[in-house]
Design a protein around this ligand. Sequence first.
Ligand code: ZN
Length: 135
Amino acid sequence: MKLDAVMDIQTSSRSELVDITDRVRAIVKESRTENGLCVISTRHTTCGIIINENERGLKKDILGMLEALIPEDRSYAHNQIDHNAHSHLRAVLLGTSESIPIEGGHLILGTWQSIFFVELDGPRNRTVNVKIIGS
Ligand code: ZN
């Protein structure tokens, strides 16, 4: 069994975490895959895919950490052609994909784990690819 799905996401802020766990779970369920691997990836260069806890304070802290590590108002070479070097650099830290095992038809995630699409240069229309490999 193989399945490819594309998820559309409309973000509403410059930076935000969008919980896509339920949508990924629905794709896994629809695929009827019992055992395999689910790969969640994005083709954008100013977004990330991460797994962590969906708690309001923590989501603020994650964005705050990215702002502290990579401030927007620093001098970056990329800003000579575009004005979003900080967005690209923050995306580099997060990575663009996550892979999660599927067992017994379910994603193997911990109780407090959620899958997030992280917007770093919004608001925009974005896409996330979900590929399922298994049987
Ligand atoms: Zn750019």
